[in-house]
Design a protein around this ligand. Structure first.
Ligand code: MCA
Ligand code: AMP
Length: 484
């Protein structure tokens, strides 16, 4: 494996732009100086947390950790007190790397802070670990029950997945990637920051998503590629109505890519009608990085996530564990994948890691069919207790536990229901302790946002006298009024 940074393509020209976050720009030479200095400082320390604001500081912090061979744990800067305490307890970082201007919450008081500088010089920066299997990132992801688990991603997995994407998308140093994704998940951090840096190209981060920002930076603005979650493409499709500038920007971009959740066919069609462009969907997961992609330039395939990327093995398996061989667009099975893109395990959870695998095949929990040409079409998920909202994966159990901690809540169940903007919205079903004075919807939303994270807050609260339960006392979510 070639070293992650500096990328071979940029070595010859350190004046090339690497990062642009608003008015802040760093060339490859400047990034090498800043990240190299940080790496020299943290080499030999244990894991480091990164306060992952959408800023150049986050990119410098993560590249510095990669160079130092120190695993980085990106933290959602809006994370609530309970979620933060869990991640810190679970990953035990030796320090937190942060933008000097960032105000850190009380939960981080006990963790030494290292301010990330955007400048620096270093004679010989560390060159990363010798062993490509060593962990590069630990990314926290929700499951159906319990608090989020830390996914160990090795240098090998990052390199393999990004190189396979480059192969599929002809992604080069000439590409300028535009996006507004958060930097504490795989999509925004691995694909959206490390992806361009591995190619020697440029990333332009919008800070916060807006159709106006996309219109400004793509196309005539210099951007060649756009990455987003379906909610962002849905909002672009809405904004395209009457916005010729946005239509022009999208129509000249080299590649529009959607992922993290399904992009509805209706939104595909609205974007194509207004711009003449098809959005390319790719399918991945925190544990597997990227598995499949629609190949640009081929026939448009709304509704499918394309074919396995180079090096990725993919099979469908039925309930009994038998491998399904039919490419008939009908036979549904669980997607299992293997390849160099896979994670190394869940931090400190050997049983959960073992349970996630069938031999060397990782069980994704996603249900799919294969089309006649081999394309994968996702049709659902095995676990109904996992909700995808705005492209974030959220476990119903963690929200239920947070709701039950509110003094006004006696019983709680959480489901996802279809939402045109978010894909799914989180619905909380509540039995109040005092039926006369139930806690208000906004109060429960703020309670969950404060404990976990704002994107995990219920968007709708429904009040019941009792939750439907079976003889064993288990909540029957399917029996909730109007639930799927
Ligand atoms: C609202 N806010 C609150 C509350 N209500 N804060 C605290 N308490 C409350 N009660 C604030 C929010 O913090 C935010 O502040 C603002 O209100 C709007 O928040 P929200 O409504 O949640 O945002 P949204 O408009 O719904 O966001 C849509 C979004 C977002 C921008 C599309 O969902 C997003 O960034 N999604 C990306 C998810 C992603 O990257 N997933 C990748 C994981 P303010 O306005 O100040 O911000 S999946 C992955 O990595 C795999 C590998 C893959 O395949 O990609
Ligand atoms: P996460 O664990 O947050 O990384 O989310 C991974 C999950 O997102 C996958 O298991 C899929 O269910 C879903 N996902 C990712 N990309 C797509 C896509 N293009 N279409 C449908 N679902 C997707």
């Amino acid at each position: 494996m070639s070293a992650f940074f500096p990328p071979p393509a940029a070595g010859a020209d350190s004046d090339r732009t690497a990062l642009r976050f608003g008015a802040t720009t760093l060339t490859y030479g400047e990034l090498a100086g800043a990240a190299g200095s940080l790496a020299a400082r943290i080499t030999g320390s244990g894991r480091v947390a990164v306060w992952a604001t959408p800023s150049a500081h986050t990119a410098v912090a993560v590249v510095g950790a990669l160079l130092a061979g120190v695993p980085a744990v990106p933290l959602n800067p809006r994370t609530g007190e309970r979620e933060l305490a869990h991640i810190l307890g679970d990953s035990a970082p030796s320090a937190v790397l942060a933008d000097p201007a960032a105000e850190l919450p009380a939960g981080l008081t006990g963790v030494p802070r290292i301010d990330v500088a955007l400048t620096g010089t270093v004679a010989a920066p560390p060159a990363g670990p010798d062993d490509p299997e060593s962990p590069a990132l630990i990314v926290y992801t929700s499951g159906t029950t319990g608090p989020p688990k830390g996914v160990l991603l090795s240098h090998r997995a990052l390199a393999a997945s990004l190189d396979a994407l480059a192969d599929a998308w002809s992604w080069t140093a000439d590409d300028v990637l535009v996006h507004a994704l958060p930097l504490f998940h795989v999509h925004g951090l691995v694909l959206g920051v490390l992806g361009p840096l591995r190619r020697g190209g440029e990333v332009r981060h919008l800070g916060a998503f807006s159709a106006a920002g996309v219109a400004r930076e793509l196309g005539a603005g210099g951007g060649t590629m756009l990455f987003g979650v379906p909610t962002m493409y849905h909002r672009l499709a809405d904004a395209l109505d009457g916005d010729a500038g946005l239509a022009a920007a999208l129509s000249v971009a080299r590649l529009l890519v959607s992922g993290s959740a399904a992009l509805p066919v209706h939104d595909h069609e609205r974007i194509t009608a207004a711009t003449g462009r098809t959005v390319v969907e790719r399918y991945g997961m925190t544990e597997t990085l990227m598995n499949t992609s629609v190949l640009p330039g081929g026939a448009p395939r709304p509704g499918t996530v394309g074919v396995p990327l180079a090096g990725v093995g993919l099979r469908l398996v039925d309930e009994d564990g038998s491998v399904l061989g039919a490419y008939d667009g009908e036979t549904v099975g669980e997607v299992q994948v293997r390849g160099p893109n896979l994670f190394s395990g869940y931090l400190g959870r050997p049983e959960a890691t073992a349970a996630a695998f069938d031999g060397d095949w990782f069980r994704t929990g996603d249900m799919a069919v294969r089309e006649a040409d081999g394309a994968v079409r996702l049709v659902g998920r095995k676990a109904t207790d996992l909700i995808k909202s705005g492209g974030y994966k959220i476990g119903a159990g963690e929200i239920e536990n947070a709701l039950l901690d509110h003094p006004g809540v006696r019983e709680a169940a959480v489901t996802g229901e279809p939402d045109p903007d978010l894909g799914e919205r989180i619905v909380a079903w509540i039995v109040a302790r005092d039926a006369e004075k139930p806690p208000a919807e906004s109060e429960l939303a703020a309670h969950v946002a404060g404990l976990l994270a704002p994107h995990k807050r219920p968007r709708v609260v429904r009040y019941l006298d009792a939750l439907p339960r079976n003889d064993m006392g288990k909540v029957l979510k399917k029996a909730l009024p109007g639930a799927r």
